[in-house]
Design a protein around this ligand. Structure first.
Ligand SMILES: *Cc1c(COP(=O)(O)O)cnc(C)c1O
Length: 375
């Protein structure tokens, strides 16, 4: 698959130059910034700036800029507040030992952003504009990128319907923004396996719905089941596809993999309601590179239970940009409750995790050309 970026005729420098940068009149002090970087709290602290592109049906995408981070002025009738017309992305910027700044397969995020936008009847942002809006912000706030083990700058592009109109139709005005938050290692005290509740009661997506789009609505649907599961002591919820003989899909924000005792690895096949994770597709490649048999197939709940109880499944893990790879130590659904690998992280799980984070942080050869230099 060739990405739109491969066909680039303009360099990233030229694309970034399309963005007008108006620097903040009240940036954090160097001392405050360094303190915040030293103890990053994911998603609560943001950098001094945000990048932004506006869209109208009449003029298309215009007004590319980087401006001071701050509250948005929004009309109470803005369509997003009523009908949820919104999509987002999540990726990271990594500062390597030589000071250069890189992102992991951002062209995949750009293409997925366009697909998500299409499903939500939002305008598609070009891959060039996507990458440039990310790079322009990263370059402006480059001093905010934490270094150190598994630290990075989390980037959150998002797009929403801003038109003040209560009629039900796609918005004629849309905003695309990118905000950034410094993050430390996801597992501060060492990688710890999570417990997963498989929900028979609630779904996050359904056939023909928006499960394959990265949109806020899917997350809204996952919050109640997540809260109920947390009450029962589970860390995360795994959702099913809602078919008569239900199959495993994914967690609220991560894809899942199962390692079998014969050495093969299984992950649910993309169904139209599973989010196509960049981490998922990259892990499949890394496993294939090792000569491991990877099966993308429908994983019914009944088969999963059989394979868990017979000990055929020896490791399980979830994956996504935020946590990279998270070992699963326990799976339950109300009729069964199985501990995997004595609740310890599996060897292959941790090995793949190390391989991926090493590539992202520039410590291992990037043999697939997955890294894109941002600054
Ligand atoms: C973002 C997301 C993932 C993980 O995707 P990555 O590209 O690997 O970060 C998985 N599932 C859902 C529902 C998501 O929103």
């Amino acid at each position: 698959m060739s990405s739109t970026l491969d066909k680039n005729t303009r360099s990233l420098d030229e694309l970034v130059a399309d963005f007008d940068v108006v620097t903040s009149d009240s940036p954090a002090s160097v001392a405050d910034r360094e303190a915040l970087k030293a103890k990053p709290k994911f998603g609560t602290v943001f950098t001094d700036h945000m990048s932004r592109v506006s869209w109208t049906a009449a003029d298309g995408w215009t007004n590319r800029r980087v401006e001071k981070y701050g509250p948005l002025l929004m009309d109470p009738a803005a369509a997003v507040l009523h009908y949820g017309q919104e999509v987002f992305e999540g990726l990271k910027a990594y500062k390597h030992a030589d000071g250069s700044v890189w992102s992991f397969r951002p062209e995949q995020n750009a293409m997925r952003y366009a697909r998500s936008a299409h499903r939500l009847a939002l305008p598609e942002l070009s891959a060039d504009d996507f990458l440039a809006s990310v790079a322009a912000l990263v370059r402006t706030d480059i001093d905010w990128i934490p270094t150190g083990d598994e630290a990075s700058l989390y980037l959150r592009p998002f797009m929403f319907a801003s038109e003040a109109f209560l009629g039900v139709r796609p918005s004629l005005e849309v905003e695309h923004l990118v905000i950034a938050s410094p993050v430390g290692p996801y597992f501060a005290g060492g990688v710890k396996p999570v417990s997963i509740w498989i929900s028979q009661e609630f779904a996050r997506a359904g056939k023909g719905g928006t499960g394959e789009a990265k949109c806020g609505g899917n997350y809204a649907a996952s919050l109640l089941p997540q809260r109920e599961a947390a009450k029962d002591g589970f860390d995360q919820v795994c959702f099913l596809d809602g078919a008569p003989e239900p199959a495993i899909e994914e967690l609220g924000g991560m894809n899942v993999f199962f390692v079998h005792s014969d050495g093969s690895v299984v992950t649910p096949k993309l169904s139209g309601s599973i989010l196509q994770g960049v981490t998922r597709m990259s892990i499949i490649q890394l496993l294939v590179d090792r000569g491991i048999e990877v099966h993308e197939r429908r994983v019914t709940l009944a088969d999963l239970r059989t394979d868990l109880e017979s000990g055929q499944i020896v490791e399980a893990f979830a994956c996504g940009t935020a946590a990279v790879v998270t070992p699963i130590g326990r799976l339950a659904d109300g009729t069964f409750d199985v501990t995997i690998n004595n609740g310890e992280p599996g060897a292959l799980t941790m090995d793949v995790r190390a391989e991926l984070t090493d590539i992202q942080n520039g410590r291992r050869e990037d043999r697939h050309g997955w890294m894109t230099r941002l600054a």
